[in-house]
Ligand binder design. Structure first.
Ligand SMILES: C[S@@+](CC[C@H](N)C(=O)[O-])C[C@H]1O[C@@H](n2cnc3c(N)ncnc32)[C@H](O)[C@@H]1O
Length: 202
């Protein structure tokens, strides 16, 4: 049988994805979905997918070359429970992820846009939190890491003042789960800001 192509091309770009179509299941039971936003070269996605055959995974990145390279790595690794979507993350969260479908989000080293005049380009803005709230399952988890102290502070403030989310124990990746950017930044001796939040259960 041919290997599954991990790259998803949605039938519709204006309607939510059909998860049963994306992840066919012989039992009819859908596994919990984890979404890695800005998956990059996929070091984390590959490692976590190997460890968690009981989950389904979706990697989102807007960069075509990264999605294609990662797709080849996933196929070589025989990881058939991972899909990739090349799209703007904010668009995917707003339009493509079904309501209350994501049990775990990881957002590791989102572009920090350090210049004040570029802050509007940052992923974490009020509407993004609304989209996370809509897409996450009740009690779902979100893990964040960044090397940028100013961005970390701004992200933390947003979540601390939003009663739809509660702080949770931070996720510390195993060595094989460290992303490419984490390895670069820790190699440079930069401190990493980490935070995790659970979505409320209602
Ligand atoms: C700094 S890299 C981090 C990659 C990976 N998470 C890591 O830690 O190695 C940011 C990644 O997010 C992607 N990205 C940045 N902004 C994005 C957006 N708005 N939508 C989708 N992907 C985005 C970039 O293409 C890039 O692959």
């Amino acid at each position: 049988m041919d290997a599954v192509d991990p790259i998803v091309v949605p039938d519709s770009w204006t309607q939510a994805l059909s998860l049963p179509a994306l992840f066919p299941s012989s039992t009819g039971v859908q596994r919990p979905l984890a979404v890695d936003v800005g998956c990059g070269k996929g070091r984390y996605l590959l490692a976590t997918a190997r460890k968690h055959p009981e989950m389904n995974f979706l990697g989102i990145d807007r960069m075509r070359s990264r999605i294609h390279k990662l797709s080849r790595k996933l196929t070589r690794a025989g990881l058939e429970h991972v899909r990739l979507l090349q799209v703007e993350a904010s668009y995917a969260l707003q339009h493509l992820l079904p309501d209350h479908s994501v049990s775990a989000f990881t957002i590791f080293f989102p572009d920090p846009w350090p210049k004040r005049r570029h802050h509007g380009r940052r992923l974490f803005c009020p509407s993004f939190l609304n989209d996370l709230d809509r897409a996450m399952t009740p009690g779902g988890i979100l893990h964040i890491a960044t090397d940028d102290p100013d961005y970390f502070e701004s992200i933390s403030e947003r979540f601390e003042t939003d009663n739809r989310f509660d702080a949770a124990p931070v996720f510390i990746p195993d060595a094989d789960e460290q992303t490419d950017f984490e390895r670069i930044f820790t190699g440079q001796g930069k401190p990493i800001g980490r935070a995790s939040y659970t979505r409320s259960t209602t």
